[in-house]
Design a protein around this ligand. Structure first.
Ligand SMILES: Cc1ncc(COP(=O)(O)O)c(C=O)c1O
Length: 399
């Protein structure tokens, strides 16, 4: 029989405090700062030259079509919108789109896809270890740990040298055991902006294949770096080299539908039978967690991809976002030789080689809000803010 103390210990009042997310803390601090000149480069979304995150015109149009044509909101099932996943195949998989050993399904954003992919791994091998290059996106570790998998870190990026530690990465892969999972950023590495180049991908893929490792590609920013096909080259190279590959994809950035939670999980195995079995497990895990993904955003993306005039216009709107990212990068890079590396990186994020004290000084003196790690979002800057930002950063680097 339970004692009174045991019964009380299980009350919700006994829950421990949760360490609040540092990026959320940063947003709160920035919001509370009354200085009108404040600069928020901690934010994780695309902003245009005026500091807005607009809805894409193709999405607005697709939503109008959806409103006019949708006849039911009946359940769709745990795989969500199947046509959405089908239409994503050529976008993501390119030359592998017709490989029937690859199957995909809709998920609630890239986060949902990551969680589901790791759930699948834990289902088949709860002792699998996940190799993660550091630094990485802060939500990777909690997702991996929530599933109960062990995480093994290796150094991916040298913050002071502002470059990838490719030798350390290759050494870590060569030491990995068959069955280990390798988590890789498909493009636009968050938080560093430092992507493997084509030669490095070509070196990494055969090592992964030969050692029997399972590549898990997180691709949340396809089209934000070099282009839709260019940004998927690493993933596609792995699909050529390896029998088993998992990819967690997000449309939240490249269709600018962040809050609508649009993503997908793709799984490749060595045979269509195994893929079908894997997808049955994936469906089961999805059913346990969220039952079905939200429909609206994926339906809008599906309409864009399925409507020739919208499908044709989407890459243009995506290119406009990419061009802004890259033009802000070039402006920052040209301000000082120590910032030149930023011009050679991709996606929204880069990392400044600043100490925590320097980051805090930028916050206090210049109302510039970035993560303590020195990670900043290049398009957190409006066009009017870039020069003031770079001047303040150069001053911090000189100090
Ligand atoms: C590296 C990386 N993976 C996955 C995600 C998840 O994206 P979503 O908002 O679609 O869940 C993000 C979002 O910031 C990310 O930066």
């Amino acid at each position: 029989m339970l004692s009174e103390t045991d019964a009380r210990a299980r009350g919700l009042a006994d829950l421990p405090e949760v360490q609040s997310d540092l990026l959320l803390q940063l947003i709160a601090l920035c919001n509370a700062d009354p200085r009108p000149e404040k600069i928020d480069v901690g934010v994780g979304v695309f902003r245009d030259g005026h500091g807005n995150t607009p809805i894409l015109k193709v999405i607005k149009e697709a939503e109008r079509i959806l409103l006019e044509t949708q006849e039911t909101k009946s359940y769709l099932g745990s795989a969500g919108d199947k046509r959405f996943a089908e239409l994503l195949r050529p976008v993501l998989l390119g030359e592998h789109a017709d490989d029937d050993r690859i199957a995909g399904l809709q998920t609630p954003g890239g986060c949902g896809a990551l969680r589901l992919g790791f759930e699948l791994i834990a289902t088949v091998n709860p002792n699998a270890r996940v190799l993660v290059g550091t630094p990485t996106w802060p939500n990777h570790a909690p997702i991996i740990r929530a599933v109960g998998l062990q995480m093994i870190e290796y150094p991916y990026y040298d913050r002071d040298a502002c470059s990838i530690r490719f030798d350390a990465m290759v050494a870590a892969l060569k030491e990995a055991r068959a069955g280990d999972v390798v988590l890789l950023h498909g493009c636009c590495h968050n938080p560093t902006g430092a992507d493997l180049d084509d030669g490095q991908w070509a070196e990494v893929a055969p090592i992964i294949a030969e050692r029997g490792l399972l590549p898990f590609v997180d691709i949340a920013y396809q089209g934000f770096g070099r282009g839709l096909d260019e940004d998927a080259r690493g993933l596609r190279g792995l699909l050529s080299a390896c029998d088993e590959v998992i990819a967690a994809q997000s449309c939240d950035k490249n269709f600018s539908v962040y809050r609508d939670r649009v993503g997908s999980l793709f799984v490749k195995t060595g045979s269509t039978d195994t893929t079908a079995r894997a997808m049955a497990h994936v469906g089961q895990r999805a059913r346990e967690m969220w039952s079905m993904p939200p429909d609206h955003g994926a339906a809008a993306v599906r309409i864009v991809l399925d409507t020739p005039k919208l499908r044709q216009r989407w890459p243009g709107e995506l290119a406009a976002m990419r061009d802004r990212i890259n033009s802000v990068r070039q402006r920052i890079a040209s301000a000082d030789p120590r910032l030149a590396y930023i011009g050679n990186q991709f996606g929204m994020f880069s990392m400044l080689p600043l100490s925590r004290d320097q980051v805090l000084a930028l916050r206090e003196r210049h109302a510039i809000y970035m993560a303590d790690s020195g990670r900043f979002n290049v398009v957190g800057l409006s066009d009017a803010q870039v020069d003031r930002f770079t001047a303040a950063v150069v001053e911090a680097l000189d100090a």
